[in-house]
Design a protein around this ligand. Structure first.
Ligand SMILES: O=C(O)CCC(=O)C(=O)O
Length: 296
């Protein structure tokens, strides 16, 4: 499938996101964090080692022997289905780097997504820096997203604030305000993918999802050194334009941010309860079926 990542997801009503060069933390918190508005911050990653060093050769020499999980795209998007979000297989990091470098997978069919750097690629961990707009102890383990180009991440929201920082190549990001949710057709809260839209970003079915075209969206192209703040519950779809590498940081989000969107929060809590109960039920059922049967 040939994918043009510069137009996917539609362009109607696309508004640009504000770009700001190295604001102070106080300005970021006042204008963007507390009002929960996205922004692209530039100039704040200048001394980051990954920006300067993370070539294919460097990463291969340091961590090539490690094993990573790589996602396979379905209908052009890195999303499998309602109850299994990603279709992962394992391979050596060096093998994946060679595939990217050879352009063999430049249609985006494979994508190293959500790779926890500290755990999976510990040799690269000393290089990782943190955005100066959050406290390091509030941050979950940062993840690498390393794509061959034309890799597409589904339209979804995260359950914490997020910084998506661009290290190599370009990515196009579409963002939708949390209040647009009804036009984005999320999966039911009974599914693990309750935070993901049913609309396929590569081939949206406008017959099934007519309101999607009318959803108000923002658009940005991230380049190396750009840092995108994606607030809690903001929907985003991400399109790799060329070979691309990002690091993302999910970090602890205050209760007040959830209370701003009570419906989404209630839905999230409902989903946690239902999905947690189902996992528990499945675990008990498989334990019971593993017990040796009494013979008569
Ligand atoms: O970069 C990508 O492909 C997706 C990143 C993303 O969805 C995230 O950081 O939450």
């Amino acid at each position: 499938m040939s994918i043009n990542c510069s137009t996917l997801g539609g362009e109607t009503y696309a508004m640009n996101i504000e770009r700001l060069c190295r604001p102070t933390r106080e300005e970021f918190e006042r204008r963007f964090l507390r009002p929960q508005r996205p922004v692209v911050i530039t100039g704040a990653m200048e001394n980051w080692a990954p920006l300067r060093h993370w070539t294919n050769e460097y990463m291969k020499a340091r961590a090539g022997e490690r094993t990573i999980r790589v996602s396979t795209a379905h209908r052009g998007v890195h999303f499998k289905g309602a109850n299994q979000i990603l279709d992962y297989s394992s391979m050596k990091f060096s093998e994946y780097i060679d595939l990217v470098a050879s352009h063999e997978i430049s249609d985006g069919r494979l994508y190293a997504t959500v790779v926890p750097i500290q755990k999976t690629l510990p040799e690269l961990w000393p290089d990782v820096a943190f955005p100066p707009y959050l406290d390091r102890e509030d941050c979950a383990s940062p993840n690498m997203w390393f794509g061959p180009g034309r890799n597409v991440s589904p339209l979804h929201y995260d359950s914490t604030h997020n910084f998506l920082t661009q290290i190599r190549g370009k990515k196009r990001v579409l963002l939708f305000h949390p209040d647009e949710a009804s036009r984005l057709y999320p999966f039911s809260f009974r599914h693990h993918s309750m935070h993901i839209s049913q609309v396929n970003m590569v081939e949206p079915d406008h017959g099934r999802f007519p309101e999607f075209q009318r959803a108000e969206r923002m658009e940005v192209v991230l380049e190396p050194g750009d840092m995108l703040f994606i607030p809690l519950f903001w929907w985003h779809a991400v399109f790799g334009i060329e070979e691309n590498l990002s690091i993302n940081y999910w970090w602890r989000t205050p209760v007040s941010a959830y209370l701003r969107y009570p419906r989404q929060t209630a839905r999230g809590v409902g989903g946690l309860v239902v999905n947690g109960a189902r996992s528990l039920w499945n675990a008990r059922a498989s334990k019971a079926s593993a017990q040796p049967r009494a013979t008569s």
